[in-house]
Design a protein around this ligand. Structure first.
Ligand SMILES: [Zn+2]
Ligand SMILES: [Zn+2]
Ligand SMILES: [Zn+2]
Length: 478
């Protein structure tokens, strides 16, 4: 190892280091879990919680509403009103009469004219206290409370550092290649003159190599939250079917490795049927457009029942033809009923509530470019080169055999960085590679002035910011 192992590197064939760089003990339940990512049944999941202080444990399973039972007379929200994080209270009953009560309908507020597009305010979430208690799923709300702590990675899975072969060099280009590339570059710029490219005299071609190291960490994150949908008689997989599997016990396969994707599923054995919170299990709610009255102000006559008409040189008051002089007209939202179908349960009166597991697969990419000419480094990313080295493992070892020490150091640094960068995700696979990209600096003279340009990548891309003939016909480049 003429270039030396990077600081903290591992000798070839030596034992993997203890402890870092990969986190151990990240999982609070103690001890490495089984390799299948098993999750102990007991105990709440750390970091999975909703806003602190919200969830008080709730009633035990079975203490919830009887199926199809009548709504609570007190408005359905014991102690403290609607659930936290449940959106604006406008759409909830605040203890008032249930929809459809014919007591004393309130007059619409001034200016509440009929708006056929108006929709009732959507209902918020059910009370969290009414949700069943599910072992392994404490402290979850209706909105995702963040990522779950993943199982720890067993360093033994990582295996010993791999055998690695020497890295070969890349081909260089000729003067003709450089001129052809420049002519192609000129042809792609409509205003550039090609005479300079044709007639320039090459003084030197300096071939170098840029190195591009890329590390990808493919990781999985999981979230759980309560979800609900209208209950239309679909099968309910509830606690009576068994214990719910832990969030990391559920096997989920990404559709493709090293690609971002997302999948949602119902956690088995967590479903139950609850009365709809949006309509107090009535299936219908008061129409917000007419406040349950079935009629709204006429917006043609502004409720007066009369309109002013100019005829025969004079103003006349006439009956409004839209509302027949009544000042009010039919509410189009509820068709005069005063009630509309509950949007939460779609009129079913009941909801199927269950725990939803969301799996997010993230591909984290980080890279480092070594390029020692005046060519802007970022250009190296967009061209192809020779893949000098490529490796894919559960956890990669930093490379230490590349002829350029800066790449070895970058690998060490980036692998270490990724090992702790995603504490809420389980790393499924890592891969890294080094590409060698040819870069040639062509130094030339044209009309007794010396300048240079770059040819880079297997595509022979050209970077020529100083090309002398950027305008062949007197136009001005903007
Ligand atoms: Zn009218
Ligand atoms: Zn209405
Ligand atoms: Zn409903």
């Amino acid at each position: 190892m003429g270039y030396g192992a990077p600081a903290g590197g591992y000798p070839q064939g030596g034992a993997p280091p203890q402890g870092p760089p990969f986190p151990s003990g990240a999982y609070p339940q103690g001890g490495p879990p089984p390799q299948d990512g098993g999750y102990p049944q007991a105990g709440p999941i750390q970091g999975a919680g909703p806003p602190a202080g919200n969830y008080q444990g709730g009633p035990p399973p079975g203490g919830a509403y009887p199926q199809g039972g009548p709504p609570h007379q007190d408005g359905g929200y014991p102690q403290g009103g609607p659930p936290q994080g449940a959106g604006p209270p406008a759409g909830n009953y605040q203890g008032g009469p249930p929809p459809g009560a014919q007591g004393q309908p309130q007059m619409p507020p001034q200016g509440a004219v009929g708006d056929p597009t108006a929709q009732p305010v959507p209902a918020s979430a059910p009370s969290i206290d009414k949700m069943d208690k599910v072992d392994g799923y404490g402290n979850i709300g209706f909105e995702s409370g963040g990522m779950l702590a993943p199982p720890a990675f067993d360093d033994a899975l990582k295996g010993p550092p791999p055998e690695r072969t020497d890295i070969s060099n890349v081909p260089t280009i000729t003067e003709q290649d450089a001129r052809d590339a420049l002519l192609q570059f000129v042809a792609e710029h409509c205003c550039y003159g090609k005479k300079a490219a044709q007639d320039m005299t090459f003084r030197d071609l300096q071939s170098t190599s840029a190195f591009h190291y890329t590390l990808e960490t493919f990781a999985e994150g999981r979230q759980t939250c309560w979800a609900y949908e209208p209950f239309k008689g679909q099968t309910i997989d509830g606690p009576f079917n068994g214990l719910a599997p832990g969030p990391w016990d559920i096997q989920m396969q990404p559709t493709a490795m090293f690609q971002n994707s997302k999948m949602e599923m119902e956690v088995p054995h967590t479903a139950s049927v609850k009365p709809c919170h949006g309509c107090m299990a009535m299936g219908r709610i008061q129409c917000k457009n007419c406040h349950g009255r079935g009629r709204v102000h006429c917006d043609t006559c502004h409720g007066s029942g009369r309109v002013s008409v100019y005829r025969d040189g004079d103003h006349h008051h006439e009956h409004c033809t839209w509302c027949h002089g009544e000042g009010r007209r039919h509410c189009h939202t509820c068709h005069g009923d005063g009630m509309v179908t509950c949007h939460t349960c779609k009129g079913c009166s009941q909801l199927k509530c269950y725990i939803k597991l969301t799996v997010l697969w993230n591909n984290h990419v980080i890279d480092h470019i070594v390029e020692r000419t005046a060519l802007p480094d970022h250009l190296i990313r967009s061209v192809t080169g020779q893949i000098a080295f490529e490796e894919s493992q559960l956890r990669v070892w930093p490379i230490n055999h590349f002829p350029d020490a800066e790449i070895n150091n970058a690998s060490q640094r980036l692998v270490n960085q990724h090992s702790t960068a995603f504490p809420s995700e389980r790393i499924l696979m890592q891969r890294h590679n080094v590409r060698i990209i040819p870069v040639t600096q062509a130094i030339y003279t044209w009309k007794e002035k010396q300048s240079n340009f770059f040819v880079y990548g297997f595509e022979n891309q050209v970077h020529a910011p100083d090309y002398p003939q950027t305008c062949c016909c007197g136009c001005v480049l903007i």
